[in-house]
Design a protein around this ligand. Structure first.
Ligand code: ARG
Length: 581
């Protein structure tokens, strides 16, 4: 398929013109193409080129504009030089129409698969057994799942790895608490998602009751030595918790499945051999009694190198050892070429040390990259850490349920004629969509404010607004009694609002590619919001059902392209769209 994105097509063309005018040593220049207020697109490269060539930006812009105007191509209608040397480009309506027609006829609306395919490991969600899932896990789950969907759409092989916290010393006290409660009571508590209470009760006994603490400590030893009974108790705890996590995943409509769980316990048998190997090779050294790696470039305030502890003085293993085993497993056994960790920003240094150690140990083959997809904290509307009034962690399920309830109320109010079961279904889509969209539309590395009122509203950059925009495109077909699936009349680009909408729609591939590269879903959300607002202008300025003949047919096809783009785009964010609302 020839290039459909006018932005990319113009970039390629400008690069060719630059070489023609300035010579092949300028072949690497970034044409800096973006949407323009004055024309369709603008290219801002003349300013940078002026520095390199020591000429005036205006002069260079004039030369490029002249060459562009003289060039035989079917993309550019008109070029004007503006300001300090911007090239303002008006595109040919025939080019735009041809591209729009190819896009609407294509199941992927013209978005190509990636040229080079990766095997991508995505480590995300990773809650802890017998502990409540909190808003940090929500962010990891929502961001990770969106990246998993988008990278699969681009044709990469995606290996989801749910690195749950299912191993370690807390399990001693948790198993003893389970024994005290008895299976039936524990099952009831954990299945209901009262994980925080379960953990807290175990912790309280551990802190106040010395005999319980002793039992817990011996239990850890039994667990680590592989005692059958103890392992069975441990398995019960893990099973109850994961069953609960999976109800949350189902509610949230995320693509994580039971088989994607590969918790810390999976790596446990690898840890001692790994430590032995690192000690023998001399890569790890004993420091203060512990076996440590000292990856390059990390030091404390005093300037001393920071250790990555491989094996503690008491011979125990910690979080770091597991992550070392995990990264090696991902590179060597899973043969990943791109390893993503969707983990909160506080773990930046830890992960950077793991990545550096893996590199120094030659565990990452040439062309394999590990990346930390970091995200900021979730704050309440008071701009403080998101907590309940009593200072407890807010239960994720309660938040999701509240968002669904609130969204259902809004839907009932806005669409009173919809049958009640459909109102509930749409409320669910909007509620879950709201939570996801609020997260994914903000810059992930920044902290974000969890504001349920704003999230479930239908105004501004929200899920409700986007889903409503989609439903509106479908509504035209229902009202006009036109088959959406069979709509295939050619798109012609005439009115200004049609032009802007088409240019917005054709930028989809570029937005997807930007997320693939930067792992920043807000770039896609921002793009889709642009499409929705362009559609809204089109809807106001260009009557569809009230127009006639070829104009009406073209506008219907344009509404169809908008619908397909919004539906696919939102699905890559994990958001469903209702046919009406
Ligand atoms: N379970 C951890 C937590 O809740 C996150 C694990 C992140 N993944 C990893 N490979 N370290 O904070």
């Amino acid at each position: 398929m020839p290039e459909l994105d006018p932005g990319l097509a113009l970039s390629m063309l400008v690069r060719r013109i630059v070489v023609q005018v300035l010579g092949s040593e300028y072949a690497d220049v970034d044409p800096q193409v973006r949407l323009s207020d004055r024309a369709d697109l603008q290219a801002d490269l003349a300013l940078g080129l002026a520095k390199r060539t020591k000429r005036k930006p205006r002069e260079i812009a004039d030369d490029l504009a002249k060459a562009l105007a003289a060039d035989a191509n079917d993309l550019v209608e008109k070029v004007e030089v503006a300001g300090p040397g911007f090239l303002n480009v008006t595109l040919r309506a025939t080019w735009l129409a041809r591209a729009a027609n190819s896009a609407v006829a294509d199941a992927r609306v013209g978005v190509p698969e990636a040229g080079k395919k990766d095997r991508v490991v995505i480590d995300y969600s990773h809650p802890n057994v017998a502990k409540e899932m909190h808003v940090g896990h929500l962010r990891s789950t929502v961001i990770g799942d969106s990246l998993a969907r988008l990278l699969s759409f681009r044709g990469h092989t995606v290996l989801r790895q749910n690195h749950i916290g299912d191993w370690g010393t807390p399990f001693g006290m948790l198993i003893e608490h389970l024994n005290d409660l008895g299976d039936a009571a524990a099952e009831r508590d954990l299945a209901l998602g009262e994980l925080a209470a379960f953990y807290k009760a175990a912790r309280a006994k551990f802190d106040s009751d010395a005999t319980f603490a002793d039992r817990a400590r011996s239990r850890v030893v039994l667990l680590q030595s592989g005692d059958g009974d103890t392992l069975a108790r441990w398995r019960t705890l893990v099973a109850l918790s994961t069953r609960y996590f999976e109800t949350v995943y189902a509610k949230l409509d995320v693509t994580l499945r039971h088989d994607d769980i590969k918790g810390e316990s999976f790596y446990n048998p690898m840890l001692q051999p790994l430590a032995d190997e690192l000690e023998k090779s001399g890569a790890a050294k004993i420091s203060d009694g512990a076996l440590c790696l000292f990856p390059k470039g990390f030091s404390n305030k005093e300037g001393d190198p920071l250790p990555l502890i491989v094996q503690k003085t008491d011979k125990g293993f910690g979080y770091a050892t597991t992550d070392l085993a995990a990264i090696r497993h991902r590179a060597k056994d899973l043969r990943a070429t791109r390893i993503l960790y969707v983990v909160g920003a506080p773990q930046t240094q830890h992960l950077a040390m793991i990545f550096e150690a893996a590199k120094e140990l030659s565990w990452l083959p040439e062309g394999t990259h590990a990346e930390h997809v970091a995200f900021g904290s979730v704050l309440g509307t008071d701009k403080r850490m998101f907590k309940t009034r009593s200072g407890d962690t807010v239960r994720l399920v309660d938040l999701i349920d509240e968002a669904i309830d609130r969204a259902t109320e809004v839907v009932k109010e806005k669409a009173p004629d919809l049958p009640e079961d459909e109102q509930r279904l749409v409320g669910q889509m909007v509620g879950v969509g709201s939570i996801k969209y609020a997260d994914l539309s903000s810059d992930r590395v920044k902290d974000y404010v969890f504001d349920i009122d704003r999230m479930v509203s239908f105004v501004g950059n929200t899920a409700g607004y986007m889903q409503y925009a989609y439903a509106r495109t479908r509504n035209i077909f229902r009202k006009g009694e036109v088959s959406f699936d069979h709509q295939s009349a050619p798109i012609v680009v005439e009115a200004k609002a049609e032009r802007s909408l088409v240019i917005a729609l054709l930028g989809f591939g570029r937005a997807v590619a930007a997320v693939e590269e930067t792992l920043e879903p807000h770039k896609l959300a921002g793009y889709l919001y642009g499409v929705a607002t362009a559609y809204s202008t089109f809807y106001d300025e260009c009557p569809v059902l009230k127009s006639e003949g070829a104009v009406q047919a073209s506008r219907l096809s344009l509404a169809k392209l908008t619908a397909k783009t919004l539906a696919i785009g939102l699905s890559l964010l994990g958001i469903s769209v209702p046919e009406r609302m």
